[in-house]
Design a protein around this ligand. Sequence first.
Ligand SMILES: NC(=O)c1ccc[n+]([C@@H]2O[C@H](COP(=O)([O-])OP(=O)(O)OC[C@H]3O[C@@H](n4cnc5c(N)ncnc54)[C@H](O)[C@@H]3O)[C@@H](O)[C@H]2O)c1
Ligand SMILES: O=C(O)CC[C@@H](O)C(=O)O
Length: 630
Amino acid sequence: METAQKNYIFDFDSTLTSVEALDVLAEITLANNPKKEEIINEIQEITNLGVDGEISFTESLEKRIKLLNAHQSNLEELIEKLRQQLSSSIESNKEFFEKFSDDIYVVSCGFKEFIDPIVKDYNIPSNRVYANTFLFDEDGYIIGFDEENPLSQHNGKIQCLKDMNLDGEIQVIGDGYSDYVTRKAGVADKFFAFTENVEREKAVKKADHVTPNLDEFLFVNDLPRNISYPKNRIKILLLENIHSDAFDRLADDGFSVEILSHSLSEDDLIEKIKDIHVLGIRSKTQVTPKVIKAAKKLLTIGAFCIGTKQIDLETCKEHGIVVFNAPYSNTRSVVELAIGEIIMLMRSVFPRSTEIHNGQWQKTAKGSREVRGKKLGIVGYGNIGKQLSVLAEAMGMNVYYYDIEDRLALGNAQKCSSLEELLSISDVVSLHVDDNAANRNFFGKAQFDQMKDGALLINLARGFVVDIDALKVALESKKVAGAAIDVYPQEPRANGAFETPLQGLNNVILTPHVGGSTEEAQRDIADFVPNKIMAYVNSGNTVDAVNFPNIRLPRQTNAHRFLHIHKNVPGIMAKVNKVLAKYELNVTGQYLSTDSKVGYVIVDVDKEYNKKVTSALKKIENTIKFRILY
Ligand SMILES: NC(=O)c1ccc[n+]([C@@H]2O[C@H](COP(=O)([O-])OP(=O)(O)OC[C@H]3O[C@@H](n4cnc5c(N)ncnc54)[C@H](O)[C@@H]3O)[C@@H](O)[C@H]2O)c1
Ligand SMILES: O=C(O)CC[C@@H](O)C(=O)O
């Protein structure tokens, strides 16, 4: 079947390059001019007025050339600078410019003197560049332009395209007025608003299609491209006030990111998740089997925290959804809060402070003790427990710990063989067990009874670990002299009203699950988790995934990468290889990692292959998910 001829008409400034060339020329010519900033601002204003169609293009050109005061010798430097500032999606898609060279034109209101040498590198010869030309005086100064050229006139591109008299469909790709008017005038069949460098409201409104980069344009036209799926089509939803650095990092990589300050209910999440490829949450969002079932496009979930029990990890795995977390980023923050709270509780600082807030002066040493020499009992000697052990010891505390696993003591910390033993000797008990469901109501009446009279309790782990009613009784009876609680059996999804039976009790510090909420921790998490997400989405790496076989993949060079996630049943690898053999693929690398439930096989193949292989791989029985990356 013969395919219809298409002509691709590219604008130059802010489309092929990320800048306006005359602005760059101004930077060069005005380098030593004391009024440089003023003049450059003026030039930019004039450029924008012209691009938006507020003043005639000829007028804008005349004014700018006068202000520029440029010389022929400046052009060489300009060309060098422009070469460094090509739009990145143009640079990464050279193959398209090579394969479709006969159908590509540059039609620009810029100047051939600098456009020709730049686009030549992209296989576009001078005779397919339609642009203005400068006029020079005998000393080589630019004094004007060829006024006969239609491109120097208002609506010049319309006239130029008419004169070009091209056969077939005409697609214009550009960012401004001169581009979109060609569509209205009927000389272009489609206008693509290119917004990689600048997003002009009017251009976006008039566009048949908004293309945030060349990848999107090539994808919708099914043209050869450097990337399998445009990143702007990958939708990321970040909930629960995740640090804005995460948004910046993911958006800078080209993804479409939406950020919400609160968590979503199951129903709202089910609705929202249908189109989402990547979900980012903290501790409040429950990712239930119903949510996962609705998440048809979901590739990965980032828990921007330590805990992952809010996510049904097994169901995620069965659906080929890879989950990451940040296991260490907020550890130090929790430890520092625990240390602060131990001191505050030991000194009864909060009751003393409340008295003064209520207008009372109560200077007393009663119920106020140093931490030095006191016994700290750490329950759960993991990442947080261990770090707390070291800092507490540095303050002169004697550290004891209890863990269900065999954990090596740090410093002079002493291991207890049972929880009872630890509780019976500790002046302060600090809970740092993990968020395992088995730890529900782990600490109740029996444990309070086993504590020393007047000991203190700290819970910065999970709310369901402590029986709050039993704690209330222990505090009221003075069995426990004080407590610091950061986590609660039920926590609200968003900021607002909150009630707990512990409100109003003496020497009880209540914080709203902020143990890990420091600027430093949140920034670190906003670096760590997006990196994991990008490594998976962009290359298939699952290193540090919490529910998936971990695999570190080599860099993919000059190859297409097939990612095949399947149920781990006998014979599946043989079937995958049979398909690859049937279509005679040249396999350049194959990697496999499995656990008892799923298998994850990655195959790197030569770029040229029979495309039918992909549907054959998808059709293999027990396939869960299949993706191609390039
Ligand atoms: N408040 C906050 O903002 C905040 C911030 C970060 C972490 N946390 C929570 O802190 C807790 C500890 O985090 P971590 O990074 O140290 O986890 P971790 O997995 O490194 O350590 C947990 C330790 O607890 C032990 N453990 C589990 N159940 C136990 C039990 N019943 N008795 C004794 N030991 C037990 C484990 O063997 C492990 O050594 C987690 O619950 C985490 O969700 C809270
Ligand atoms: O930031 C959060 O919402 C959770 C903090 C903490 O409980 C964690 O699991 O890291």
